[in-house]
Design a protein around this ligand. Structure first.
Ligand SMILES: C[S@@+](CC[C@H](N)C(=O)[O-])C[C@H]1O[C@@H](n2cnc3c(N)ncnc32)[C@H](O)[C@@H]1O
Length: 192
């Protein structure tokens, strides 16, 4: 992403190298925080409805799927609308309250049996020193036909796999698949 701060203000994490296969979904896919690189839009094209609260992030996303400016804590979709929702490195940008409200909203708009796919990073709560302000996760995402390189930088808002899992369970999701590699997290949650 552009507008990156000085190197000395950043703690750079190890690179995350997620491998994304086409998603098994015939209908629409809701992408939460789908601006920026718009990775899910690039992966699944016109099936994707990307929402993001930041209009500029959506304008910058290179795919030409449907994009709507919307806050994830107040989704303007009816209950039980989507078979699949995705969040690609978006939860890390949210404080705990926003994360829980977003997860609750995703649960509401998914159909029973629908999947919530989450790619994200663990974020430490403590900075290594006073100069450092941002935790940056370099991303090298492998899609079937391309590789997308970027870096997602956030302030030190702690999150780990336990926090995300507990929030999803609180929303009544069931955990289906979890994988992790270093600080890289991937989850599949199912709406019961
Ligand atoms: C690192 S970007 C996500 C990357 C993106 N998914 C991609 O594929 O490149 C995080 C995005 O989440 C968005 N976001 C953060 N909080 C949000 C919220 N409450 N509602 C909607 N979007 C939000 C930000 O505007 C930002 O565009």
């Amino acid at each position: 992403m552009n507008d990156m701060p000085d190197q000395e203000k950043m703690q750079i994490a190890e690179a995350h190298k997620p491998i994304l296969e086409p998603l098994e979904e015939k209908g629409f896919i809701l992408d939460i925080g789908g601006g920026g690189e718009g990775v899910i839009g690039q992966l699944m094209g016109e099936q994707v409805i990307s929402i993001d609260k930041n209009k500029r992030e959506l304008e910058e996303a290179p795919s030409d799927n449907m994009k709507i400016v919307m806050d994830a804590t107040d989704l303007k979709f009816l209950d039980n609308t989507f078979g699949t929702a995705a969040s690609f490195y978006t939860l890390m940008y949210m404080d705990s309250k926003t994360k829980q409200e977003t997860i609750n909203e995703v649960y509401r708009v998914l159909k029973p049996g629908g999947k919530f796919l989450v790619w994200d990073s663990e974020i430490p709560s403590e900075k290594p020193n006073d100069k450092v302000e941002f935790y940056v996760v370099p991303i090298e995402a492998k899609l079937p036909k391309k590789e997308i390189k970027s870096g997602y930088g956030v302030r030190f808002i702690f999150q780990d796999k336990k926090l995300i899992t507990e929030m999803c369970k609180k929303a009544c999701f069931e955990l289906n698949i979890k994988s992790e590699k270093g600080s890289m997290l991937y989850f599949e949650f199912i709406k019961k």
